[in-house]
Design a protein around this ligand. Sequence first.
Ligand code: AHR
Length: 529
Amino acid sequence: MKTNIQPTVTLIAIITGWFVACSTLAQNVTTNSLVIHADQGKVAISKNIYGQFSEHLGHCIYGGIWVGENSPIPNTRGIRNDVVAALKKIKVPVLRWPGGCFADKYHWMDGIGPHEKRPPIINTTWGGVVENNAFGTHEFLDFCEQIGCEPYICVNVGSGTVQEMMEWIEYMTSDADSPMANLRRENGREKPWKVPFVAVGNESWGCGGNMTAEYYADNFFRYNTFIQDYAGNNVYRVGSGGLEADYHWTDVLMKRSNEQKNHGGRQMDGYSLHYYTLSTGSWPPKGLATNFTEAQWHATLRYALRMDEFINKHSAIMDKYDPQKRVGLIVDEWGTWHDVEPGTNPGFLYQQNTLRDALVAGITLNILNQHCDRVKMANIAQLVNVLQAMILTDKEKMILTPTYHVFDMFKDHQGATLLPSELTCEDYASGEQKIPGLSVSASKDKSGAVHVTLCNLNPTHSARINCELQGAKAGEISGQVLTAAEMNAHNTFEQPNVVKPEPFKEVQLAGGGFVATLPPKSVVALELK
Ligand code: AHR
C-alpha cells in the first residue's frame, strides 16, 4: 500500500515551527491595554511639577551654572550660555535654591555687594570646600530671569533668625524707600524681583536643625508670621516635611495649620516631601550609577514606584485636615541617589545618569501627574552635576543626560489637564518581586491635543498596548521614544548622543485610539490630535 506520509510530516513540521516561533515571540512581548477618558479631565497638572533644584553643592553652582564674567566659557554676566539655552528648551518653570542642607547655614548678606568684598566661607556640609559667595541673590535671580523660571527660595531657620529672613524678603521684593530695598538698589537692581515661593527651612528633622515636629511647627508659624508680601508679591509658604515615612510630622503640621485658620492667622500653603530612590534601598552602599544587574534595575524601579505610596499616605492625612486640597504637597527633592563616580569628591554627589535614571524620571513624573490634585510642585535633585542631573559639565563641555530628555519629552504636560486613565498591564517580575510592567499618564492641553507618556519598565520585553480613547477621536498621532541597547547606556563627553529621543514609529491610530509597541526599557511620549 502506498502511503503519502512525506507531505504530512512536512506540514506537521511547519505548524510546529510556527507555534514555536509564535510562542518565542509571545515570550518577548507583553500585552496591555489602556483606556483614556479624554472628556473627563478636571484638574490641571501644575507646570511646577517639572521644577528643578540647585544647591551650593559640588559643581552644581560653580562650574555648572556660574563661571564668572571673565571666563573663556561663553557666559552672560557670569552665567553659562550653553546651560541657559538647554534649560530654556525644557521650559523649567521653577528653581529651588540655595539648598538643601546648605540653606540652613546660608547667610544671604554674604552673597551681595561687590564680589571682592564678599566673605569666603567653608561649605561644611558639602565637601568642606571654600565657598566664595560669588553666586548670591542677584546672580541666582538673574539666572532665573535668563532661563525664564520662577524662583523658590529656602530660608535659613536652622542657624538663621527671623530678622535675617525678613530683611532678605524685603531686599528682594520691596519697592519702598526702605533700608533693604535701598541696599538692593545700591547693589545695582532698581526693580524688586518677584519671589513667589519661600520654604521655611529644609529637612528640619535632620540637617536643618534636628527638630521635633512640634518644635518645628512652632518655628514654622513664627517665621510665617513675619513673611511680608511686598509690592504685589504674594508669597506661597512651604513648611518642611519630616522623613519620607514620618506621618506623625505631617499630622502635626497640618493640624497646626488648621488651628492657625481658626485663630485668623496665616496658614501654611505647601508642605514638603523628600524622597530619593536608592537602588539597594539603603545607604550605604547605594551602588554605582552605571554598573548594575537586572535585579538592581528592577529594585531601583520598584523603589521609584514607592513615591506613589508616600504621596497617597501623606495625602490621606492632609485630606483629613484639608479636604478642599488647599495645601499643596511640594515634592521639593526627589530622584536617584547612587554612589559617587569613582575618583570624585564624596561630598560632591557627582553621578552618571543612564537609561535606568530616565525610567525613574518617567515613572516619577507619571506618578506626580496622576496626583496633580494634591501635588503642586516638585523639584528634581539636582539641576547640574549633582545627583540625578539634567546636565553634566566638564569645563567648557556640556552634555545632556537621559533624564534631561525625559523632561523634554514630558514638557507638554505642563499646565495641561490630567485625563483619567485605566491601565491593565502585565507584571514585570524579578525573583519573588513583581512590579507593573508599564507606567502612564495622559493630559489634554489648551489646543485640545492629548499627550500620553508611557514607560516600559521591562528591559527584555516589548510591550504591545491597545489604547481606547474615550470621548474624543484622534486623526493624527506622532511620538518620540527614548531607549538604548543596554540598560546602563549613558552619554559621555566623548559620546554625548548615545541616549537621545528618536521619532517613534511603532504606533498607529486604531478605532479612534491607538495601538503601539513600546521597545523594552523605554520611555515614549505621544501626541494625538
Ligand atoms: O540633595 C542633596 C541633599 O539631600 C539636600 O541638601 C538635603 O536636603 C537632602 O538630604
